[in-house]
Design a protein. Structure first.
Length: 202
């Protein structure tokens, strides 16, 4: 499974600036996915969580997950449009199961377009709004907007894709301080396509 993850060089090429590996890849079963949010006490509406946040265990639970691999990439500094990315691959118990999950995600994302999801963390909360949901063949993508305060909005690109018995899940955080450069594009979707090609090659 780890062979399906992009290298740091591949990520940097796609997002347009260098990113480094942020620790080792997490591999195993569904239990290695982030599980900090499990119910509506953690996020509302919970049904839209998977649109605004990648690779959450609650989104993939009870879906016949056989194996998982995911990792983070990051770099912080002046002149960088993208500060971090997250990429993962989830293997299900059949190609049909993967296709069903992708179809479910497509319906879910489209119904959640324009919805603001509140993550109830600590004493405050974080509002994330799913926008610009699009489907292009085996790739589904959206732009997630977060309020950085004082009217500053930071976009994150989120995309998923399907190949064989695997679902690929990627997000790319755009944090350039210059609003003219803080623009969503197709970085996450392009990175999904890089990973789908690896899955297809086996």
């Amino acid at each position: 499974m780890q062979q399906f993850l992009p290298t740091a060089d591949e990520v940097g090429t796609v997002v347009g600036n260098p990113l480094d590996l942020a620790g080792p890849a997490k591999t195993g079963g569904v239990e290695v996915l982030p599980s900090g949010i499990r119910d509506s006490a953690g996020a509302t509406p919970l049904d839209c969580l998977g649109v605004v946040t990648p690779l959450m265990r609650v989104v993939y639970d009870n879906s016949g997950v056989r194996a998982v691999a995911w990792r983070d990439y990051s770099r912080f500094g002046a002149g960088l449009a993208v500060s971090s990315a997250e990429a993962g691959v989830v293997r299900l118990d059949s190609e049909e199961a993967a296709a069903r999950m992708f179809a479910r995600f497509t319906t879910q994302w489209q119904s959640c377009a324009g919805t603001t999801v509140t993550l109830h963390a600590g004493s405050g909360g974080l509002d994330l709004t799913a926008t610009d949901v699009r489907v292009d063949g085996p790739v589904l993508r959206a732009t997630v907007l977060s309020d950085g305060g004082e009217g500053t909005v930071f976009p994150t690109e989120h995309a998923v894709g399907v190949a064989r018995d695997c679902v690929v899940d990627v997000d790319v955080a755009i944090t350039d301080p210059d609003p003219a450069r803080r623009l969503p594009a197709t970085r996450a979707a392009d990175l999904v396509r890089v990973m789908l090609a690896k899955v297809d090659e086996g």
